[in-house]
Design a protein around this ligand. Structure first.
Ligand SMILES: Nc1ncnc2c1ncn2[C@@H]1O[C@H](COP(=O)(O)OP(=O)(O)OP(=O)(O)O)[C@@H](O)[C@H]1O
Ligand SMILES: [Mg+2]
Length: 337
């Protein structure tokens, strides 16, 4: 069976128009998010993960701009909504959690009241009712002594509790999609595991879909249903999580997975992919990964590969898989419940 797609990003292009030239931060990205599923986006720093998220949220700022493609949420095109319409969608139907909650929470306002404001902004309820809901949500996200925490200022809470407040805030209106951009990188590993488990639980209970942006392949393996691997503004490989780990196909994904430390292997040194991410202003003429790829052939330096189909829902942007033909963007993803 397959799940209906809630958020459908097609051929998204977001460029920055700088004095030095056009920076193609997001260059033809298509991502399908089925209902109630967790989609991972991985890739090295600067590959366009956050800018993809910011484009979907309508939060790209000058000199950045969406220049192509469509973003459809539950059948509605939200690519170029006016700010007023967008603010109704944001926080209500789709919400976002950022890496460092200190930057998204107002430091001079108690956290409970901030979440209450989020409720009042989108729902017609009394202040008392809204406060009751905040306390319920605080309980749901595992904040101990909610009545006491309600009046705390952000700096009075630990990093883990602040991130729980942010998750509560993001879930408050039961959004269809929640985007979490590195939600746990600032936390220690035990708290990270708790927060991720919490997100997964909420996602299952409320049928909310999650886009999880992360550097951490371990996290992907644990909680994502489907994974997109990005490099220099493009999706290089996409597949169901199990398939991605079992049938790792793109040399870039192979490199990323090889760089994870393993307990049972005594490697002399941790593997790293040689070279650096190319400057987006001076991308190679061919495949953007050719300068670092151990398997690159002549053609890879002059021709750009498409996303080719390796298996069901498995796409690889590498000429080695050209035989499978182009991967078509699907209306729904295989392998759902
Ligand atoms: N204000 C800006 N002006 C010009 N280019 C920008 C600007 N902001 C971002 N970019 C470009 O967008 C690219 C993608 O950035 P993005 O923040 O999406 O990367 P990321 O994958 O989220 O990285 P990280 O893992 O470090 O968060 C950057 O490499 C940079 O070239
Ligand atoms: Mg980022």
């Amino acid at each position: 069976m397959s799940e209906p797609v809630v958020l459908d990003i097609r051929n998204l292009q977001s460029y920055f128009f700088t004095a030095k030239g056009q920076v193609p931060a997001v260059d033809g990205v298509s991502i399908q998010v089925p209902a109630g599923k967790i989609i991972g986006i991985v890739g090295e720093s600067g590959c366009g993960k956050s800018m993809t998220a910011m484009s979907v949220m309508g939060l790209l700022r000058y000199p950045g701009r969406v220049v192509g493609g469509t973003i459809t949420l539950d059948g509605r095109d939200i690519t170029h909504l006016k700010p007023k319409e967008l603010s109704k969608v944001r926080g209500n139907e789709i919400s976002m959690i950022f890496q460092e909650p200190m930057t998204s929470l107002n430091p001079v306002y108690p956290v409970g009241k901030q979440v209450r404001e989020a409720i009042l902004l989108h729902q017609k309820v009394s202040k008392e009712e809204a406060k009751k809901r905040v306390l319920e949500i605080f309980r749901d996200v595992g904040i101990p002594e909610p009545e006491k925490r309600y009046f705390c200022y952000p700096h009075q809470l630990s990093g883990g509790l602040r991130q729980r407040v942010m998750i509560g805030m993001a879930m408050v209106c039961r959004p269809k999609v929640m985007i979490a951009d590195e939600p746990t990188t600032a936390l220690d590993v035990t708290i990270e595991a708790q927060i991720l488990r919490l997100m997964k639980k909420l996602c299952e209970e409320q049928n909310t879909s999650i886009i999880l942006i992360t550097h951490n392949m371990g996290v992907v393996a644990e909680i994502c249903d489907y994974v997109y691997v990005m490099y220099a503004g493009k999706v290089m490989e996409q597949a169901e999580t199990f398939e991605l780990f079992e049938q790792t196909s793109h040399p870039y994904t192979q490199g990323l997975l090889k760089s994870i430390p393993k307990l049972d292997e005594k490697a002399e040194r941790l593997y790293t992919i040689e070279g650096v991410v190319p400057n987006l202003l001076h991308l190679p003429e061919g495949c953007s990964f050719c300068t670092r790829c151990g398997q690159a052939e002549k053609r890879c330096f002059v021709e750009k590969p498409e996303l080719y189909k390796k298996g069901d829902g498995h796409g690889v942007r590498c000429f080695a898989y050209e035989g499978g033909g182009r991967l078509e963007t699907q209306e729904s993803l295989p392998g759902g419940a």
